[in-house]
Write a protein that binds this ligand. Structure first.
Ligand code: DC
Length: 235
């Protein structure tokens, strides 16, 4: 019944979007695509190859043609049989690990503000959804990528709670970082993602808000499942 559904989950950085999206995809047997991973993979390519990255105030008339670079970038997803989840590949290399570093987090908002980068990523994301049956999380999925998604969730949480969660996650992975650095990254990305010219982060008019500041993972999944149940009754 839900096998062709498209579910868009947007929201602020470090809100736990991917955790909820993965759980929903698993529960309904849908494909899961992390659109942020695509922007991170492009950022990794730029950084490895010395491609100039404009600051937000340099975007207009930046003297560099990104199109030839983008033509050299192939981003694909493959399901990891051990986890059943799709993982992102950059030109055939599994980059799930290297795209999660702080260095990438610090640059990804700049790269994702480049118009030509967004155009290419949105096309790829729409191709992924051509057959339906998909949960995708990001910043502009309900507004730009799938404006007709069956269900749109907009996730938010107190910035300090988000930064604290992200800090604990990074520390548990052995990353040496201060909580102040994480707060600055989370708040900075929120600002850049919501103020850029090209499809900024904003709640779609028909999205349902999920504030997970004080909800555990199970409660968040239940919240979304209840919305899906309503959809079933409605159709
Ligand atoms: O979800 P994430 O934190 O991994 O995303 C990384 C960055 O990519 C985020 O700061 C903004 C950008 N992004 C975007 O602009 N549009 C999307 N649909 C997904 C992510």
């Amino acid at each position: 019944m839900h096998s062709r559904m498209i579910i868009a989950i947007d929201g602020f950085s470090s809100c736990g979007k991917s955790t909820v999206a993965k759980a929903i995809a698993k529960r309904l047997g849908l494909k899961y695509i992390d659109s942020g991973a695509m922007y991170r993979a492009v950022t990794l390519y730029f950084m490895r190859n010395g491609i100039p990255i404009p600051d937000s105030d340099e975007l207009v008339d930046f003297p560099f043609d990104f199109n030839p670079v983008l033509d050299k970038i192939q981003i694909t997803f493959q399901v990891n049989p051990a986890t059943g989840l799709s993982e992102v590949y950059l030109n055939g290399e599994n980059v799930e690990q290297p795209i999660r570093t702080m260095e990438i987090s610090e640059q990804v908002s700049h790269v994702s503000a480049i118009k030509t980068v967004r155009k290419k990523m949105v096309e790829l994301q729409q191709q992924e959804g051509e057959q339906g049956g998909l949960v995708m999380d990001g910043r502009d999925i309900g507004t730009t990528v799938f404006p007709h998604a069956d269900l749109k969730i907009f996730m938010k949480a107190d910035p300090m709670i988000r930064a604290d969660r992200r800090f604990k996650e990074l520390v548990s992975k052995g990353v040496e970082i201060t909580v102040e650095e994480v707060i600055s990254n989370v708040v900075g990305r929120d600002y850049e993602d919501s103020h850029r010219e090209e499809s900024p982060l904003r709640k779609a008019d028909d999205a349902i808000v999920l504030d997970n500041s004080h909800l555990n993972q199970e409660e968040q999944v239940e919240f979304v499942v209840k919305e899906i149940e309503k959809f079933k009754v409605g159709c």
